[in-house]
Design a protein around this ligand. Structure first.
Ligand SMILES: [Zn+2]
Length: 496
């Protein structure tokens, strides 16, 4: 009897020690992660630079210029004072004796990506069922730039003052990251979808929110799922009165109605347009599980109902933002294991586990079918003359991260049936046009700001080469993607 007692005590003690050890390991991991974030936050911009010269020649490059034109071989690009002073055949390149020349044979130059559905936060690795969000405003700017995203439009904010401060630091050159076009806090109705969002009480409040945030320097607005038609209408009018644009990830309001109310842009595409749901009731946001389940079997993209909405959107100049990467990570099964791997390496263990748990809640039987419908919708929309934009949406479940998701988005546009140069145009020039900055970014030509990506390989024949980034030029400064990502491993997901 006594022996049994001693053994039980030993086993209990052993288990307790083991549990304490595991707990200590996780505590240490978080401490190490926090230490790394502090180290990253202290770095000066020059720590990330790979090449910088008053005059620089990118020699022997293939150029995909962002206009949708075929790639041009054996080109050279001259960068002077942050701008492209020459882009064309190397045989015609003006000779500049003092220039630094980089022989980039085998490399392709493309415009920096213009990410149109971006965020400086992501889902928190919350233990509760409630969705919480967590700021990533130190790491995400570095990750965007490392992936070649030189311009972003955020699509909703949970920490507007911080977003404004980060943008200001980047604009002043004391921090590194993409040029930012910031969107105000979500214009969400009652009840708010996330606890970080304010629920608007009425249309007057929607107008006031737009006026206030426009005065504070926000240049874009985003209506969210529970906004009502009345609130949306006032928000659109208010945004337009400031000369600013408004987009939406809607649910209560369908695409056609939003277009009628004057919205400029709609996020995510047909899988968020509830108007085709047979049980849709006016001003009620249906449960996405029910309507997606019906869309899976019944939504027909080539039906007159869907085609008419596409025409209506186009005639009302409404752009659509494609976010295929987040859809794939939430419900697709096609995601390459390398893409999953790089996300898992970047994230904290807790964040990774939480994101995977959320994905596993989605039934996999219908997933690729829905992805295909979304892709067909986007293809038809462009074929009929619509403006498609590209974004990442790193708030989605399933570990879609800043920058990585923007690259994957371009690959998935090719999967949707666009040619690689078309997909690149959607992710570069189209965004620049929409933001009204196409005179300086979005394409590769003389006179433009030198926002360029140099990749090893040829994305025109093998689109995954877009991930093989060797240099990212922003205003002529050549950043090193390796240095930009140095230190982020195992850290993403922790507040930063
Ligand atoms: Zn979003």
């Amino acid at each position: 009897m006594r022996k049994v007692f001693i053994w039980t005590a030993r086993i209990v003690a052993f288990i307790a020690c083991l549990a304490a050890l595991i707990w200590a390991v996780f505590l240490t991991m978080d401490m190490v992660s926090e230490h790394r974030i502090r180290a990253i936050a202290k770095r000066v911009p020059s720590a990330y630079v790979k090449v910088q010269s008053s005059t620089l020649v990118l020699d022997h490059v293939r150029v995909i210029d962002g206009t949708g034109a075929a790639p041009a071989e054996d080109q050279s690009i001259v960068i002077e004072a942050g701008k492209i002073s020459y882009a064309g055949p190397r045989s015609k390149q003006p000779q500049i004796p003092e220039a630094k020349v980089l022989d980039l044979s085998g490399r392709t130059v493309l415009p920096g990506l213009v990410g149109m559905h971006e965020h400086l936060f992501m889902p928190a690795p919350s233990q509760s069922q409630q969705h919480l969000l967590v700021e990533q405003s130190t790491l995400f700017p570095l990750m965007y730039l490392a992936a070649g995203v030189t311009t972003i439009r955020t699509a909703g904010s949970i920490a507007p003052e911080r977003d404004l401060a980060v943008k200001q630091k980047i604009d002043q050159g004391v921090a590194v990251g993409p040029e930012m076009f910031l969107t105000a806090p979500y214009l969400e109705g009652e009840p708010p979808t996330f606890p970080e969002m304010h629920g608007l009480a009425n249309a007057q409040e929607a107008r006031r929110a737009v006026d206030d945030w426009a005065d504070r320097g926000m240049t874009s607005f985003k209506a969210y799922m529970n906004i009502t038609s009345d609130e949306l209408q006032e928000a659109v009018k208010a945004a337009h009165s400031h000369g600013l644009k408004i987009t939406g990830h809607l649910c209560r309001v369908g695409f056609r109605e939003a277009a009628e109310l004057g919205i400029d842009n709609l996020e995510h595409g047909v899988l968020t347009d509830t108007e085709f749901y047979s049980k849709k009731q006016a001003s009620i946001c249906p449960d996405f599980r029910f309507f997606l389940s019906e869309y899976n079997t019944q939504l027909n993209i080539s039906s007159p109902a869907v085609q008419n909405v596409i025409s209506y959107l186009i005639s009302h100049h409404v752009a659509i933002t494609s976010t295929l990467a987040v859809m794939e990570s939430e419900f697709g099964t096609s995601r390459p294991k390398e893409d999953l791997q790089r996300a898992s390496q970047a994230m904290t263990w807790k964040a990774w586990r939480a994101s995977r748990q959320r994905v596993e809640m989605v039934p996999h039987s219908r997933v690729d079918n829905l992805m295909r419908k979304e892709m067909d919708f986007e293809r038809d929309f462009v074929k009929m003359g619509g403006t498609l934009l590209a974004g990442c949406d790193p708030t989605g479940d399933g570990s879609t991260l800043a920058g990585f998701g923007d690259q994957r988005e371009v690959e998935l546009l090719v999967g949707a049936g666009f040619t690689p140069v078309e997909a690149i145009r959607i992710a570069t020039k189209n965004g620049a046009d929409f933001l009204g900055i196409a005179d300086r970014v979005g394409t590769v030509s003389a006179g433009k700001q030198a926002d360029l990506i140099v990749v090893n390989g040829d994305p025109a024949t093998n689109i995954p080469d877009i991930e093989k980034v060797e240099f990212v030029f922003q205003k002529g400064v050549g950043y090193d993607p390796v240095k930009l990502l140095d230190g982020i491993h195992g850290v993403v997901g922790l507040e930063n």
